[in-house]
Design a protein around this ligand. Structure first.
Ligand SMILES: NC(=O)c1ccc[n+]([C@@H]2O[C@H](COP(=O)([O-])OP(=O)(O)OC[C@H]3O[C@@H](n4cnc5c(N)ncnc54)[C@H](OP(=O)(O)O)[C@@H]3O)[C@@H](O)[C@H]2O)c1
Length: 278
């Protein structure tokens, strides 16, 4: 496993995503992931599976402190008071008294960021969240939070895979001591037939998914959180630490970013930063 060092924290660069894993599938998935060796689990209030993530961690026999656990505050819970109350609910479901990382899931314009951040900082001070961060924030929004409000954000969790460049967002984070958490790192399966990735897969004796994940974690300060329901995919995604992509091949993959590469773009999304081929 590779790790990202952030302050006193060592964050496993490869995590396990749980969106759309419900009930028994989530329980089995997270338990199997922990058995394979994953030590970084990503959930969210809106996934409605925190209870099963909590059960899986508890049943696994892996000590709580060995697991880097992230959850996210849903949009309807970002107000002062609601955030703290909803986190209490999440922790109860997760059967723990803290998460390692707590994120604001999407930027909500109707509630001032100052109010949201004060609430986040309060729960951090109380030890209910070791690190705090955001998800789906643009550079302008990160600038407001980090520079105007002076908040110490650990990460911005954003969509990132070979078909989507995140250069402005990534550059901002590197410059401000943050790490990037890449969601939908396999482009939700869309990369599987891409010819350059297929030829790199052939060259390195790996699969397309392994090439994409390796490309992500090989970048400074990038963590990836693929979701896999099947044990085969879970094992495959975990098996990316025995090879290195050379510089030329890293560049080839960077060059695959394209128009229409973004997959997650709901009505409430912000106006995304324009980046090459985005
Ligand atoms: N912050 C946000 O707004 C946000 C948004 C989206 C996602 N996320 C997080 O990011 C995680 C991952 O993103 P995602 O679930 O959208 O997409 P993803 O991880 O890019 O792709 C998941 C899909 O790829 C398949 N897959 C997994 N491993 C594979 C492999 N080795 N070969 C071929 N196919 C493979 C999975 O199939 P099987 O399941 O059948 O194995 C599933 O259909 C989520 O679970 C969630 O935790 C966060």
């Amino acid at each position: 496993m590779m790790h990202i060092t952030h302050k006193d924290f060592k964050i496993p660069a490869l995590g396990y995503g749980t969106w759309q894993l419900r009930e028994q599938d989530c329980l089995t998935g997270v338990q199997k992931a922990l058995e394979i060796g994953y030590r970084h689990i990503d959930t969210a209030q809106i996934y409605e599976n925190e209870e099963f993530v909590g059960d899986a961690i508890r049943n696994s026999g892996v000590e709580r402190k060995e697991v880097f656990l992230t959850t996210k505050i849903w949009m309807s819970n970002v107000r002062d008071g609601a955030l703290q109350k909803s986190l209490d609910g999440s922790l109860k479901k997760l059967k723990t008294d803290y998460v390692d990382l707590l994120l604001i899931h999407w930027p909500v314009k109707e509630t001032p960021f100052a109010e949201q951040m004060e609430a986040l900082q309060e729960v951090q001070k109380e030890g209910q969240a070791k690190l705090i961060g955001v998800s789906n924030f643009t550079v302008a929004q990160m600038t407001e939070v980090v520079e105007t409000l002076g908040v110490d954000l650990a990460t911005n969790q954003v969509e990132y895979h070979p078909f989507l460049s995140q250069s402005p967002v990534y550059d901002y984070m590197v410059d401000h001591g943050m790490f990037l958490t890449a969601y939908s790192p396999l482009a939700r399966g869309k990369i599987n037939d891409e010819k350059d990735l297929l030829s790199l897969a052939h060259k390195y004796g790996k699969t397309v998914g392994q090439i994409a994940l390796r490309w992500l974690v090989q970048q400074e300060g990038v963590a990836a959180i693929p979701k896999a329901a099947s044990e085969k995919h879970m094992r495959e995604n975990f098996n990316i630490f025995d090879f290195t992509l050379d510089e030329m091949d890293m560049k080839i993959i960077h060059g695959l970013a394209r128009e229409g590469g973004r997959l997650i773009n709901p009505d409430w999304a912000p106006k995304w930063d324009a980046s090459k081929a985005a």
